[in-house]
Design a protein around this ligand. Structure first.
Ligand code: DC
Length: 222
């Protein structure tokens, strides 16, 4: 049977960076479910869908084909046959993903994509509801978090380094709003699974968090 590790937590806690590194050390695949929600969000933005209109949302989702392709440990996302991986990190797409991922037809469309890959491969999957909903039987679940201030500062440094607009107060406000939406939605809200291990990365280096997860995984695989 495949060994699955679920990592959940709020935006900016370092989930994808750490999951990628830990997966590399363990020889596991890394599955980024946020990128799947972002792919659908990109399609909804492009189609100009009013996501509050249930019929329009369902119609536009039905018309979209989403695929995840794994190449040399990297997840590429395809929308209607086109590689859109490079477009997914835009703020506009992230904000739409946060809004549209609260809609049940959006979650339903991605469920089998996530469970099918987990049934086949040893992997680390990160997201918001992996330990609670998608892989409730995963033998290792991590809830990775960090304070809002630390997460905002990390995002700020990342944007400034890229030469993009960076306003710390604005980023902090957006993180608070996104946390609130992700934690308070009716469907699949972000929360720590009862059997998940809490890791607060506020004052830990990426390497320290990675090693903690790798050693927990090795213990549980024995
Ligand atoms: O992790 P991320 O920032 O790429 O995720 C983008 C949005 O998708 C985020 O606001 C919450 C949503 N999401 C979700 O609802 N469930 C997941 N398993 C992963 C992401």
């Amino acid at each position: 049977m495949a060994f699955n590790i679920a990592i959940d937590g709020p935006a900016g806690a370092g989930k994808s960076t750490i999951a990628k590194k830990a997966a590399g050390e363990l020889g596991f695949m890394y599955v980024d479910t946020g990128a799947m929600y972002r792919t659908l969000a990109l399609g909804l933005v492009a189609a100009g869908t009013d996501i509050e209109d249930e019929a329009a949302l369902q119609r536009d989702l039905d018309a979209m084909k989403v695929e995840a392709v794994y190449q040399d440990g990297v997840q590429l996302m395809y929308l209607d046959g086109k590689d859109v991986t490079g477009q997914l990190r835009r703020e506009e797409v992230g904000n739409m993903a946060s809004l549209s991922s609260a809609k049940s037809p959006v979650r339903a469309k991605l469920l089998s994509l996530q469970r099918d890959v987990a049934a086949k491969y040893d992997l680390i999957m990160d997201g918001r509801d992996i330990g609670t909903m998608i892989l409730p039987d995963a033998p290792l679940k991590i809830y990775l978090t960090a304070s809002v201030e630390v997460r905002a500062k990390r995002r700020y440094d990342e944007l400034c380094a890229k030469g993009e607009e960076c306003d710390l107060a604005k980023i902090e406000k957006e993180i608070r709003e996104r946390d609130w939406r992700d934690m308070n939605r009716d469907i699949a809200p972000l929360k720590q699974a009862e059997d998940a291990i809490l890791v607060d990365s506020s004052y830990m280096s990426i390497e320290e968090v990675t090693q903690r997860i790798v050693s927990l995984a090795r213990e549980r695989m024995e």
